[in-house]
Design a protein around this ligand. Sequence first.
Ligand code: PGA
Length: 259
Amino acid sequence: MRRPLIAGNWKLNGRRADVEERLKALRAGFREEWVEAVDMLVCPPAVFLPSCESSLKGSPIAWGSQSHAAEASGAYTGEVSASMIADFGASYAIVGHSERRALFAETDAIVAQKVNRAVAAGLTPIVCVGETLDQREAGEAETVICSQLLAALSDESGFLEAPFVVAYEPVWAIGTGKVASVADVESVLAAIRRVLKEGSESLSERTLLLYGGSVKPSNTAELCALPDLDGALVGGASLKPADFLEIMNQCFKSLSSST
Ligand code: PGA
């Protein structure tokens, strides 16, 4: 049985004071009844990982990174390694977000390397896959997504037993207010599950599938009702504690009503 995950990607937002305020509000608003049912994760800019460690330690809320170096250490000015991130108590690492792929030239090969760095450091990778609008309109969405996923899985060294998360994020739905239709999400999830099964039955069984792209309190219940969806990766709405907590609540409620 996979435990759903609601993850917040804070991107390049916030200063120390707002971040600490937000962490406090999330900790205070986290409901006891969610503890056994849904996991919550926040992914701030890396400089705020120490704030997460001091504000969230001992709470049910996990923290993780948005990006890390493809290399383990050495002369890579400006980079932060997966093991440095793990040193601050983080447990997840987002890898291959479409903004990284489009704006920072992160290729499938780099994504595969980063997945391995994350796993080697004991972080659970959240690999983002998703098509652009042109690719969807050309009928290529599933081909693109499956090839991104296969590439991320391509270097299997030591990771076939590790926990793994895949976030389906249509590029055209990120930060636009547009959400993929439930039918489209469902068919992409099925395609992702097929690829994972080809890897191994246990990989498919333990991998969480998230949806990301304009998730907000008002569309969470419908998405979380999808039998193959295990949660959401939330950008904009995760910056507002009230909205993020309500997304948790909607996910929890849709779980409770399906059991
Ligand atoms: P959004 O971003 O929720 O603001 O659309 C999602 C993401 O980029 O992970």
